[in-house]
Design a protein around this ligand. Structure first.
Ligand code: COA
Length: 177
């Protein structure tokens, strides 16, 4: 994994060393209005980050790629995440502290994530599974060109009945024609 620079933030490969600072960021209850829950302790988060730092699932079938998102001021704002499947599809997710919302950080960070997944990891389809009520996440995905998945794709990516699956094919880079 490598560090990714965008116009407004830097994505650093997430490590255990980020756990202390990220515990404060991820303890913001507003993040969990629709899904997930805050880390129970800094120790718990350190152990989770240690597992994620292996970058692969135990069976070696999935790549786990996590970057923390840092502003030029030095502040950490949250993370972006991808699970790369053997099929060449990647499930993406992201969480930012609420004081950083609506400043273009999510769009910039997820866009850099998608570019990296395509160019460096050969991903050909991006997917996101989110609670259907999560209007902020849905709006971000729409702004990035994601569209509703087919029923078959929703099953493939394991969506529950109260969840929506959004997909975006990676851009075609073949200019040979
Ligand atoms: C989803 C999330 C990452 C969006 O991050 P963000 O930095 O606020 O998004 P951006 O400022 O880059 O917004 C990009 C676009 O998304 C849309 N958008 C984002 N938040 C929106 C909102 N509250 N209402 C309407 N549109 C919204 C807009 O089109 C926006 O572009 P614009 O500001 O030019 O209109 C953030 O709200 C978050 O962390 N939420 C909690 C965690 C979460 O739900 N994660 C997803 C789990 S699947």
């Amino acid at each position: 994994m490598r560090t990714l620079d965008t116009a407004i933030c830097t994505l650093e490969p997430q490590t255990v060393a980020h756990a202390r600072e990220m515990f404060a960021v991820l303890s913001d209850p507003a993040i969990y209005e629709f899904e997930n829950e805050p880390p129970v302790s800094e120790q718990w988060l350190s152990e989770r980050f240690a597992r994620l730092e292996r970058r692969t699932s135990t069976d070696g079938q999935q790549l786990w790629l996590n970057w923390v998102v840092r502003l030029p001021s030095g502040e950490l704002t949250g993370y972006v995440q991808a699970t790369v499947l053997r099929s060449g599809a990647a499930l993406v997710a992201y969480e930012l502290g609420s004081r950083f919302w609506r400043k273009g950080i999510g769009r910039s960070a997820v866009s850099a994530l998608l570019d990296e997944l395509q160019s460096r990891y050969g991903v050909h389809l991006f997917a996101a599974v989110l609670k259907s009520a999560n209007f902020r996440s849905l709006a971000l995905l729409h702004s990035l060109g994601f569209r509703p998945a087919s029923p078959a794709q929703a099953i493939e990516f394991g969506a529950d009945p109260d969840e929506t699956t959004m997909v975006k094919p990676a851009a075609c880079t073949d200019n040979a024609a």
